[in-house]
Design a protein around this ligand. Structure first.
Ligand SMILES: Cc1cc2nc3c(=O)[nH]c(=O)nc-3n(C[C@H](O)[C@H](O)[C@H](O)COP(=O)(O)OP(=O)(O)OC[C@H]3O[C@@H](n4cnc5c(N)ncnc54)[C@H](O)[C@@H]3O)c2cc1C
Length: 466
């Protein structure tokens, strides 16, 4: 078979790239080795984790908050098996949706491991041994990422689990120890705490959510602490021993010192993800990777080998589904002779806990480091009418704007629905808006979005409700 484009991997980067390429008239095929399309995101990432976050939040609401609203449901009982079925329904619905979209766009889908077999050739290695060779003008590698392992710690997906195992536990662990206070650790920690686990998070750095705004990290840690999650910061796990169905975890201060041993029923290793290129045959054609194993590309996603491109988690940049999708669109448009482009300065980042955390653009730390003078406007949800009536007053909106031009440079939100609230400022930033532009835009009352408007007003020291 002969194609204009073969995409290897059908995660959010790969399948979106294939659809956009087909829309633009390129004869396109995808190769996927998983049983279902959708990659990490749909199968073992974004979608199942959000399903469990949604279900566990509803469980906690019914257990702790309904009574305040005058709703008496007694003591709700957890049916974990059913909750997992709910999660799987969501996954299946989404992966089938991708299969439908690929068909609808006339894209040929091959099941198997895609291997670069020389210039313009991709070999599909099927489990049943029926291999096929595809001829193609262009290849886009969208093979995504895999869990980062901790040296000396074996993941058995039962007692010592990765995020994949943590999405499939058959019982609620009494004690859950999480290694790593990043997004995945905190989201899955929230799920299991709500369902009844005692959760301890061990983090090497002296803060949670590394990379996000420092003030956000501090406030958010306080909020999660109030909810019952314990943190051991500036600490490193140096060993995990599994015996008789539970784990003994050795933890030492990061700077060195006396070790302690913590007991856990389940240990979640959530220290990040690494690019996945196994079996791809990069060496066969000489595609270069950097010192972190990421495929090296130029600003047009081209590798050093003519006709081979790469996008998503397997290249540099934030490991986020929407970043992968936008790169998929951009590379397809470039291949079709258009001017595809991704603005890396405006990629929202969301933590789907309760409250949510969302940010876009620069943090205060980054602005200080770059010597950029800025004004900060902050507005707490305690002063927002809708948050008050909903009893969701934890958190704030912070807008950072250039001191001279007033252009919005970064926005950081801790609060209910922060993941949706961030969208308006992302659009505003794409249009080069000033804080005053946001402040002068009429926002509906009563909504949480009014806190965004008030934070924009606060940049000019003229917030109304505080
Ligand atoms: C628990 C968890 C929660 C997450 N939550 C979010 C979230 O809420 N929001 C967000 O934006 N991001 C989230 N992410 C990150 C997100 O899943 C990734 O950024 C995204 O999936 C990357 O997309 P991708 O297309 O680059 O790769 P992937 O989604 O990893 O897809 C790559 C695909 O390529 C296939 N593949 C690999 N090698 C080959 C080969 N040689 N031949 C054929 N097929 C191959 C794989 O089987 C896989 O299906 C989460 C991740 C995890 C683990």
């Amino acid at each position: 078979m002969s194609y204009d484009l073969v995409v290897i991997g059908t995660g959010p980067g790969g399948y979106v790239c294939a659809i956009r390429a087909a829309q633009l008239g390129l004869k396109t095929a995808v190769v996927e080795k998983r049983a279902a399309h959708g990659g990490t995101c749909l199968n073992v990432g974004c979608i199942p984790s959000k399903a469990l976050l949604h279900a566990s939040e509803a469980f906690e609401d019914a257990s702790k908050h309904f009574a305040d609203l005058g709703i008496d449901v007694g003591t709700p009982k957890l049916d974990l098996k059913k909750m997992m079925t709910f999660k799987q329904d969501g996954v299946d619905g989404n992966t089938k949706g991708v299969e439908f979209l690929l068909k609808k766009n006339g894209i040929d889908a091959y099941r198997g491991t895609g291997r670069l077999a020389g210039a313009g050739r991709v070999e599909v290695l099927s489990e049943d041994g029926a291999n096929q060779m595809l001829e193609t003008k262009n290849v886009v590698i969208a093979t995504g990422s895999d869990v980062t392992r901790l040296p000396g710690v074996t993941i058995d997906e039962r007692i010592v689990v990765s995020s994949t195992g943590a999405l499939e536990l058959e019982t609620v662990p009494g004690k859950l120890l999480i290694i790593g206070a990043g997004v995945i650790g905190l989201e899955l920690g929230s799920v299991w705490r709500r369902l009844g686990s005692e959760v301890t998070v061990v983090e090497y750095l002296d803060r949670i959510l590394p990379g996000m705004d420092g003030e956000v990290g501090k406030q958010f840690q306080r909020i999660l602490g109030k909810q019952g999650i314990s943190f051991k910061l500036s600490s490193k796990v140096t060993g995990v021993e599994v015996k008789d169905g539970s784990a003994s975890v050795t933890v030492e201060p990061a700077a060195g010192g006396e070790a302690e041993v913590l007991q856990a029923d389940v240990v979640l290793v959530a220290i990040g993800r690494v690019p996945y290129t196994e079996g791809l045959g990069l060496e066969t054609v000489g595609v270069q990777v950097d010192n972190k194993g990421r495929i090296q590309t130029d600003s047009h996603y081209a590798t050093n080998v003519t006709g081979i491109y790469a996008i998503g988690d397997v290249i540099a940049g934030p490991m986020l589904a929407h970043k992968a999708e936008d790169e998929g669109v951009a590379v397809a448009e470039l291949l079709a002779g258009q001017a595809g482009h991704v603005n890396y300065g405006v990629i929202p980042n969301v933590v789907y806990t309760f409250p949510e955390v969302a940010s876009v653009g620069k943090t205060e730390e980054e602005l200080k480091k770059d010597g950029i003078a800025y004004n900060a406007g902050k507005f707490p949800f305690t002063a927002n009418g809708r948050a008050k009536v909903n009893h969701t007053t934890d958190g704030f909106v912070k807008i950072l704007a250039d001191a001279k031009s007033d252009r919005v440079l970064g926005v950081h939100i801790v609060g209910a629905d922060a993941g949706n609230l961030i969208a308006e400022v992302a659009v505003a930033m794409e249009f080069g808006a000033s804080a005053e532009d946001v402040a002068r835009t009429c926002h509906a009352h009563p909504t949480l979005t009014e806190a965004v408007k008030e934070a924009a007003l606060a940049v000019g020291k003229r917030a109304i409700h505080i």
